[in-house]
Design a protein around this ligand. Structure first.
Ligand code: NAP
Ligand code: MG
Length: 405
């Protein structure tokens, strides 16, 4: 579908969440150089820049999340999560919560991280040919732990007190009879949260047509991790099985040890669903082994199929200060470009606009071609294995991509 200008017309607006520092500069340039010449861009704009979050007492973040729920597809620029130093720098009224945390809570979503691959950037694991996507559960376990140090002999117990006052068995369970000093901990999770995680994983597997693995340690935690395994299995069988076989993709559960071994031997090209801690650790390992944080994309998927696309990296503060001093920067815009292409592709799929889906493909192809022809930003230049490579500035890189569209 294209309008009188020859540009691709959209139906439903994308929810556009602007952000901070160097990524905010890149954001405007991507729109101007790579998108608006080709697409008659329709967005509902929310400024999540820290200044505007402060001016609106952060109500803009909640409004943005509501819009993402309403329209179904959002694209987000990296934003500053305030700390003590930012309080001074921006003279903030309060230390506002991380916008990502607010969006994740309101959308009840799971984050999927996928590396962008380009031939000069070789994965450290030789067998990896396709990206590996990590889906990390975002609630509970050790991130909401209660810890205790025991210094004298005594008994540590886990006690459950029903609200109803009803008598049930296993109200008290012995953790350990301590004879010597030591440590103890209690963690929890919620069936609802695990179910939302499972649905997000299955929806994303369908949406990207990839197999999904889920791993845990149910042999050891036959009450705790087995609950995760059972909820995944129940939801898969009840809601997703026929759709998976129709699309020729697979779901399977395996022990975390087995998953780790399989991942290292694999070619990639699948989604790995991880419990909160496993996902935290494994996503850093996978990102590093694929080459660079600046090449990692991230998408938040809600259990009812709403999508929010972004780069996995932050606002690249050091580069921004150089930019403000008028110095040349060479900041990698790949992950932010792929956030845009991901969101536009999804919008195109939902609205049945094949030209928009094609445009997203073309933009991604031109971006990767640019790197594969040896033109790249400094961070990649430092690790690229290719003859005649050339490091270019932030803006030159975007213009090089545009020339290949
Ligand atoms: P960062 O912005 O990701 O940057 C860390 C370093 O990684 C940079 O200084 C740079 O190294 C390198 N880098 C990251 N992205 C790059 C890119 N696109 N191109 C080239 N190099 C890149 O993380 P941070 O410094 O920890 O955080 C800065 C701000 O971002 C903080 O205010 C934080 O709250 C926020 N943040 C936001 C998000 C989000 O919105 N999703 C995520 C993380 C952090 P060199 O300086 O050595 O070149
Ligand atoms: Mg981590």
């Amino acid at each position: 579908m294209s309008g009188s200008s020859g540009r691709i017309e959209m139906k439903t607006p994308l929810v556009e969440l602007d952000g901070d520092e160097m990524t905010r500069i890149i954001w405007a340039d991507i729109k101007e150089i790579l998108i608006e010449p080709f697409v008659s861009l329709k967005t509902e704009y929310y400024d999540l820049g820290l200044k505007h979050r402060d001016e609106t007492d952060d109500s803009v973040t909640t409004a943005a999340a509501e819009a993402a729920k309403k329209y179904g597809v959002a694209v987000k620029c990296a934003t500053i999560t305030p700390n003590a130093q930012r309080m001074d720098e921006y003279k903030l009224k309060r230390m506002w919560r991380s916008p990502n945390a607010t969006l994740r809570t309101l959308l009840n979503g799971t984050i999927f991280r996928t590396p962008i691959m380009a031939s000069p950037i070789r994965p450290i694991v030789r067998s990896w040919k396709k990206p590996i996507t990590i889906a990390r559960h975002g609630y509970g376990d050790i991130y909401k732990a209660t810890e205790m140090r025991v210094s004298d002999p005594g008994r540590v117990e886990l006690v459950y007190t029903p609200k109803s006052g009803q008598q049930v068995s296993h109200l008290v369970q012995l953790v350990q009879e301590f004879e010597k000093p030591g440590i103890a901990m209690a963690i929890h999770n919620l069936d609802d949260s695990i179910a939302a995680f499972a649905r997000s994983c299955f929806n994303y597997a369908l949406s990207t047509r990839q197999d999904i693995w889920f791993s845990a340690k149910d042999t050891i935690l036959s009450g705790y991790d087995d609950r995760f395994r059972a909820i995944f299995e129940e939801i898969f069988n009840a809601e997703y099985k026929p759709e998976f076989s129709k699309r020729g993709i697979e779901y399977f559960y395996t022990l975390i040890d087995d998953a780790v071994a399989r991942v290292m031997r694999s070619e990639g090209g699948f989604i790995w669903g991880c419990k909160n801690y496993d996902g935290d650790v494994m996503s850093d390992m996978v990102a590093t082994a694929f080459g660079s944080l600046a090449m990692m994309t991230s998408v938040l998927v809600s259990p009812d199929g709403k999508f929010e696309y972004e780069a996995a990296h932050g606002t690249v503060t050091r580069h921004y200060y150089r930019h403000l001093k008028g110095e040349n920067t060479s900041t990698n815009s790949m992950a932010t470009i792929f956030a845009w292409s991901g969101a536009l592709r999804k919008r195109g799929e939902m609205d049945g606009i094949s030209s928009l889906v094609d445009f997203a493909e073309r933009l991604e192809r031109a971006s990767i071609d640019t790197i594969e022809s040896g033109v790249m930003t400094q961070d990649l230049y430092n690790i690229a294995e290719i003859e005649n490579k050339r490091a270019v500035s932030t803006k030159e890189f975007l213009c090089e991509i545009a020339s290949r569209m």
